[in-house]
Design a protein around this ligand. Sequence first.
Ligand code: ATP
Ligand code: AH0
Length: 398
Amino acid sequence: MNTGLRRLLAIAEKERRTIIGLMSGTSLDGLDVALCEFTGHGTQTQMVLKQFDTMPYSTEFKQQVKAIFSKREVDLEKVCLMNAYIGSFHAELINACLQKWKVAPEEVDVIASHGQTIYHAPASQHQIEGMPNATLQIGDGDHIAVKTGIITLSDFRQKHIAAGGEGAPLAVYGDYLLFSEKGQNRIMLNIGGIANFTFLPGDLDTTRIFSTDVGPGNTLMDAYVQQRFPGKYYDADSEIASQGKYDAALLAALLDHPFFELGFPKTTGPELFNLAYLEQAQQTSNTTHLSPEDVMATLNRFSATAICEAISRSTNEEQFEIFLSGGGMHNPLLLQNITQLLSGAVIRNTAELGVSPDAKEAVLFATLANECLVGEKIDFGTGKQSIPSVQMGKISLP
Ligand SMILES: Nc1ncnc2c1ncn2[C@@H]1O[C@H](COP(=O)(O)OP(=O)(O)OP(=O)(O)O)[C@@H](O)[C@H]1O
Ligand SMILES: CC(=O)N[C@H]1[C@@H]2OC[C@@H](O2)[C@@H](O)[C@@H]1O[C@H](C)C(=O)O
C-alpha cells in the first residue's frame, strides 16, 4: 500500500490526533494557525487548543491578494500564480510557527487549510439562471503538504455546495460539536469581515440548529478606513467612529437592500458589501457631505443593526446567550451598539468555552478535518439543504 495512505489510516485509528487548523479570512489581516489536540469525534469530540498565532500579512502580500479579490474581472494569470504562491507561502508560515512552538512536523498528524477566498457567489447573489451556488478558495493544499511534509486537508467548501449548500457558513458544524450545551440556547456570533452566527438550541434538537451570514462585520469599515485614512488598515479601538455620529438617512439607505429581506440561511461577502455599495447608499440618501468620522459611525451602526435584527428575527423571543468571536469583538463602539440594540442579552465570548475568540475559525477547520478522518456524517435533519450531512476536505499526501 502507498505509505502515505497507510499513514492516513493509522492517523484515523489513533486515539488522539494533533491537527493544525488554518484560516485566512476576508479581512486579509493574516494567517490564523491553531494547533489542536482531538480525542473522539462527533458529539463526543474533545478539543484542546495547544497553541495559536496569527501570522500577519505584509502590505505587499495584501496588495497581491486584493488584486484578485472579490472582483468580477481579474487577471487570470495572477489567479493561477497566486493559487500556487499562497499554498507555498502558507506552508512557510506553518513551518515558522512549528519552529516557534518547538513542535516537530512529525508530531502533527494533519493540517486543515481553508485557503484564501477570492470570490463567493451564492445563486441569490449572482442570479445567473442555470448557474449553481459557487465559491473559490485558493492556496492549493498539495503545496502545503509537500513543503511541510504533513498530510493536508483543504478546500472544505466545495462538498458543502455539491450537497446543496452555499459553501458557508461552515461554522455550524464546529459550533454544534464543540459548543452545544443542554439547557442553554446559544448564539455563536462571529464578527469577521462578514458577520455570521449559529443558533444552538438548549434542547439539542438538531433540526432547530441553523447558521447564517447576516451582512458586513468589519469589511465595509475596513475598506472605508483604508480609502480615507491612508496608512491605517482598520478603525483600531473605534477611534475614528467614536469621534462621529451616525446618520439616520445613510443608515436607512445602507439597510435598504434585498439581501436583508432574504430568509435565513444566506451567505454573502465583499462582492456585495464594498465601497461601491456605500457610495450608492450615500447618493440615494443625499449624504455625500458627511464627515469621514460620521460615515464611520454610521458604518459601525450599520453592522450592529444588521447583526441585531437578524438575531432578533431568528430567536422568537427565546432566552439566549451570545458568545462572540472574530476581530470585530475588539471594536468597542460596535459592542456598545450591539449591547444597546439587544438590550438585556447576555454577551460573552468563546474564551469562556475554552477557545480563544481569535482562534475559533482556525479551530473550526481543524474540527472539520477531524470529522473527515474519523467522524460519521453529522445529520442535522432531513431536507436541510443549508447544512448538508457531509464530511468535507480533500486530502493531499506529501
Ligand atoms: N482593536 C480593534 N479595534 C477595532 N477593530 C478591530 C480590532 N482588532 C481587530 N479588529 C477588526 O477585526 C478584523 C479582523 O477580524 P477577523 O480576523 O475575525 O476577520 P476574518 O477572519 O478575516 O474575516 P471572515 O471571518 O469574514 O473571513 C480587522 O480587519 C478589524 O476590522
Ligand atoms: C466564502 C467565505 O469564505 N465565507 C466566510 C466569510 O467569513 C465569515 C463568513 O463570510 C462565513 O460565511 C465564511 O467563513 C466562516 C469560517 C464559515 O464558513 O463559517
